[in-house]
Design a protein around this ligand. Structure first.
Ligand SMILES: O=C[C@H](O)COP(=O)(O)O
Length: 253
């Protein structure tokens, strides 16, 4: 089954509009000259999205993403941003379930599920993150943790056509410790098997599963060359245009 790679930058709490524009000044010409077919996504802070979207207007190779959204439509929810607002300013994807949102901001599987449903109802695409802590992996809970996150996060979602899943072992995020290609492949094969159980084999074969956690130009080729790894969600190494482009280049199919 061939699935087009999807390589996404998650800038986290980095880059206001001016820095983002400077990044694109270097990055866009590289992508223009690049023959690879991967879908490219940049997830920026909310206030940076309009500048990114303006600079990428008419560019059909690089899509814009948000890193979070409200599960609510509108109303008295101070500090929240709706999917409709994000769509209006040019976001096409929204990250959900990132481990930093789960652990630092206490987001539950139920909240993440509500966000996934809201994003899909808005006609946008969730990049739905799952992943285990080192303690959970070493304690033999890897499969049960992932199974729960997948089952609860995708509850009552009929089609995965617009859903991207990102497997990010928490112990590999921002630590410089990458899962080995074998560990990532084995786990992502398991993730796909859970999706086949919950949906069907055709859905599991079609859904794209990214790997995230200390991906860099030097390890992207091996990781993204694995059968069940269909792209990357990149944090630190996506902050510099050369390094993010190096990941794309080294993972070209
Ligand atoms: O969303 C991206 C991940 O948290 C990975 O971050 P990292 O590449 O800095 O390890």
């Amino acid at each position: 089954m061939s699935r087009n790679l999807i390589v996404a930058a998650n800038w986290k709490l980095n880059k206001g509009p001016a820095e983002a524009e400077a990044f694109l000044d270097t990055f866009i010409p590289k992508v223009d000259a690049f023959a690879g077919s991967a879908d490219i996504v940049i997830a920026a802070p909310f206030v940076t999205i309009p500048a990114l979207a303006a600079k990428l207007a008419g560019n059909n190779r690089i899509a814009v993403a948000a890193q979070n959204c409200s599960e609510q439509e509108s109303g008295a929810f101070t500090g929240e941003i709706s999917t409709a607002m994000l769509k209006e300013v040019g976001a096409q994807y929204i990250i959900t379930g990132h481990s930093e949102r789960r652990s630092i901001y206490g987001e539950s599987d139920a909240l993440i599920n509500a966000k996934n449903k809201k994003i899909l109802a808005e006609g946008l695409k969730p990049i739905f993150c799952i992943g285990e802590t080192l303690e959970e992996r070493e304690g033999g809970q890897l499969e049960s943790v992932l199974r729960t996150q997948i089952t609860e996060g995708l509850k009552d979602i009929d089609s995965l056509e617009d859903v991207v899943v990102a497997y990010e072992p928490v112990w590999a995020i921002g630590t410089g410790v990458t899962a080995t290609a074998e560990q990532a492949q084995d786990t992502q094969k398991f993730v796909r098997s859970v999706i086949a159980e919950l949906y069907d084999q055709a859905t599991a074969d079609a859904v794209r599963i990214q790997y995230g956690g200390s991906v860099k130009p030097g390890n992207a080729g091996e990781l993204l060359g694995q059968e069940d790894i269909d792209g990357a969600l990149v944090g630190g190494a996506a902050l510099e245009a050369d390094s993010f482009f190096g990941i794309l280049e080294n993972s070209a199919q």
